[in-house]
Design a protein around this ligand. Structure first.
Ligand SMILES: N[C@@H](CCC(=O)N[C@@H](CS)C(=O)NCC(=O)O)C(=O)O
Length: 261
């Protein structure tokens, strides 16, 4: 029986969405991504979860009975491992434990620190927030950017003190996972890619700025606000930062085959 494509509801630039997209692509699970701009996203997430969750990603699998609606990136990965053959994600209990810690600590910290520096720059941020979303949402998001910016800042507690705390957290996380890699292992759980690496790669990407992130055109590093650029340069020197760059160069299969030259 052929597989019905999964529905993948996203904020395309979100690093939690990128984490799930990475596994869908690597596992070559057929899916259709429905990207939305911030604010518009809640018109999809809230009804789909009966009001239980506002965040994205959400993955909907109609191949199961009853149909599965997964509203957290870790649940999505577990589903892809259990139902779609991505058993490589969890070779040992460590992989899920590292995934959970990165999801709680690194993810919020990289997002808050990066947005603290990006949100004041509508010229850089609007194209990121509106890449691969419907045209109508792009138009309204342009008009409503000051509102979107305020809502994002309030809901993610993005202010100078929060950004500084997040900088300490993300430095500590990069140091912790670099120490684990210092015995020369290729990946966080040993010789093979797992959910731990995919999570480090996606959630750490805003602090390392790898090519290919989320398949969204990213501004050049030199165009970023200086404080963000400097932190990225520093993160790239760590073993964890180098792993993230290597993961994007070697282990992140693109969603669509590259166009013929
Ligand atoms: N624990 C969730 C976190 C997801 C999350 O925080 N998503 C953000 C985007 S990075 C979101 O949807 N924010 C919009 C909102 O909070 O309304 C997961 O792993 O899926």
């Amino acid at each position: 029986m052929s597989l019905r494509p999964l529905r993948f509801i996203t904020l395309p630039i979100s690093h939690y969405c990128e984490k799930v997209r990475w596994v869908l692509d690597r596992q070559q699970v057929p899916y259709v991504e429905e990207g939305h701009a911030p604010l518009f996203h809640a018109f999809h997430s809230l009804p789909l979860t009966g009001g239980a969750s506002r965040t994205l990603p959400i993955l909907i699998d109609d191949n199961q009975s009853p149909r599965q609606v997964l509203a957290d990136s870790a649940d999505c990965l577990r589903h892809l491992a259990d139902q779609h053959g991505a058993t490589w994600l969890y070779p040992s209990p460590d992989a899920a434990a590292i995934e959970a810690e990165l999801g709680d600590k690194l993810g919020p910290a990289t997002r808050r620190f990066a947005y603290f520096h990006l949100l004041p720059r509508a010229d850089l941020t609007l194209p990121l927030l509106t890449a691969r979303v419907p045209g109508g949402e792009v138009m309204v998001a342009r008009l409503l950017y000051p509102v979107i910016r305020r809502v994002m800042a309030r809901s993610m507690r993005i202010d100078a003190a929060g950004a500084e705390r997040s900088r300490q957290v993300l430095r500590a996380e990069l140091a912790k996972w670099s120490a684990r890699l210092s015995d020369g292992r290729k990946y966080l759980c040993g010789d093979a890619l797992s959910a731990a690496d995919v999570t480090l790669g996606a959630l750490g990407a805003p602090m390392v700025w790898p090519d290919g992130y989320a398949q969204v055109p990213m501004p050049k590093l030199s165009a970023l606000p200086a404080a963000l650029g400097q932190e990225i340069e520093q993160a790239r020197q760590t073993l964890a930062g180098q792993l993230i760059l290597r993961l994007y160069a070697e282990d992140r299969r693109p969603s669509r085959p590259p166009a013929a030259p």
